[in-house]
Design a protein around this ligand. Sequence first.
Ligand code: ADP
Ligand code: ZN
Ligand code: ZN
Length: 730
Amino acid sequence: MIDSPHYIEVALPLPLRRSFTYQYDLSEPAVLGARVRVPFGQRQLVGIITQLNVAAPSTFEAKSVLAQLDTTAVWKAELWQLLNWASDYYQHSLGDVFANALPILLRQGKPIGYAPVTYYELAQDAPSASDTALDRAPKQKQLLGLLRQGRVSAAQLKQAQISTTVSSAACDKGWVRRIEERPELNAEQHWQMALSEEPLAVNQEQAVALSAIKQISGHASFLLEGVTGSGKTEVYLQAIEHVLAAGRQVLVLVPEIGLTMQTIKRFRQRFDVPVEVLHSNLNDTERLHAWLNSRSNRAGIVIGTRSAIFTPFADLGMIVVDEEHDLSYKQQDGFRYHARDIAIKRAQLLDIPIILGSATPALETLNNAVNQRFHWLQLTQRAGVAESVEHELIDLKGLPMQAGLSEPLLQQIEQELSKHNQVLLFLNRRGFAPALMCHECGWIAQCKRCDAYYTLHQAQRRLHCHHCDSQRPVPKQCEQCGSTHLISHGVGTEQLEDFLNQRFPEHSVLRIDRDSTRRKGELDAHLKSASEHKHHILVGTQMLAKGHHFPNVTLVALLDVDGALYSADFRAPERLAQLFTQVSGRAGRAHKRGRVVLQTHHPEHDLVQDLLNNGYQHFALTALAERQATALPPFKHWALVRAESTDKAQVVEALNHMAACLPEVAGVMGVGPIPALMEKRAGRYRYQWILQTTSRKQRYQVVKYLLSQWENLSILNRIRWSLDIDPQDF
Ligand code: ADP
Ligand code: ZN
Ligand code: ZN
């Protein structure tokens, strides 16, 4: 029995980078890693015990823990270690990292266990299969047909698109019985791996890749680089087979479930093992069950997006990250982690292999392959059949333009529409910084001090260098040819959509971007109607480039190549190259021959030419050498401070104070404050400060020191600010 008071440390889901001391006087022993409910101000919070038996606080009286919610730790040592590492690496609140890793019901303090699951089974009075009474009730017939093969859960009925009205009616008639059951949490339930179809006979390159992967028993990172259709998925499947056969589980990360349904179907078709798919349509209970199924070894394969990296496993044997370059792996708010990078760490901690697959690897990943930290496996040939795709450059100089579309492109669109083909127009707003350009000769306003392009801040009518912070008013004339026809790239998807509706009133336009697919199921519905050819013109951002396949698209155009070539975001060319390569891969997959058109004022630009003539890898290696020469990531390690406030002077002053805390250390540099690419949003001024260091370790130490100094800056209480380690956009 506990006599003297006993204190513990608890991590709480708050932005504060510290834990909190509580008194523990409950009768059951406190468990490291268990959830507790504690009072916090006027609220109650659910936190995790991070330390037992700490000293009594000397300056305040600790409050008491209200309840301990678990009898054992929530996570096994492996995930516990990973989450602690992530909190440390990203210098983010441990309690918030924990919250990100938990299903919402557990965050709220619900017990770790299954909720009752509803099943349906056939009752004695059910009509027989040959009963003609059912002919006029096709849904009832379908339901009874399913149940004749055995009992079916409510979730499975939903998947088979049988509504609860149908099942309830069948229950009322006495044909079907409804049963509630609560799966036992600790029952050992091991699946057996069985193939439900024969693997394909692999080609030479696939064989080389597979033998490299199978050869290694412990940890190794593989970059599987191969164009779309080169057979990467087949390599995943056969590599996974090997792991499943050994009785171990597999985690597959994908950028977006809605865009990868085809791939998921192939996993289900190949293996007769339970597959959990963590998609956004799951409700909170289903999400908790998927988490439990993986943890209790009821699932052999787990497929999910970014946050699936935190899924607990009984025995994880391999991780696959498909489309590893994809930006959606980076969380852009709160806990700003990169799921690919955490996946690599997890594979290291577990001593298991990880496969990163892409047609267009991120430069960071490619650099690791070049340095031989990763095994570099390449698939250069297309495995399936595919038509090649035609490329065309439209030189925009002096051409009439409407809503970002040149006249020659408009004519091509018209032609394809008249042949009942679909047209796909890409406009990338991500990382997009408008430059000021002469429409006659292509001259771009450039900072004299930096060899970088000015970013146009339209509202203030001024040019701003995001590298050295110098500013000047917008010139009236081109400095090269004297023309007054100076333009910015500023067309957004909505504006483009409006114009297309007016110009092609008899054709339907569909816009697919983050804004038009925010609601549940919206993306799926859009993709479905697009592939059914209900719309003739599709307008999209990068998210539309991955995974999906529209057989009737014959013309794909990248409208804003210049925006990427001359962006203040140094990653913009890489993103453009990825987009180009991906859409080219898709267009060439169609049954109809496809064409990819690029609009630019600079058709002679090295990057454009390199990409068209030599392909992504050549471009990427050149870009990597350039990053090295100009000391950019991945050769430097960045941390970004974002700050915002309705008061512009205040936000700039706050960042200046923060910057002034930077110690003089060789190889460490601070840049800014500089305005964000979108300087003002929703009435708030947004500024940033960039820390650049020569090593991760150095960044870690400097950031740690800075955070301790910033705690004393009272001005920070008057603005909003956040820290981003390895920032991906600006
Ligand atoms: P990726 O994942 O690189 O886009 P996939 O694995 O989806 O490529 O392969 C593209 C197409 O080629 C698929 O239809 C697949 O079934 C087929 N395929 C892959 N590998 C082989 C092979 N070794 N032999 C025959 N067809 C293959
Ligand atoms: Zn400059
Ligand atoms: Zn000019």
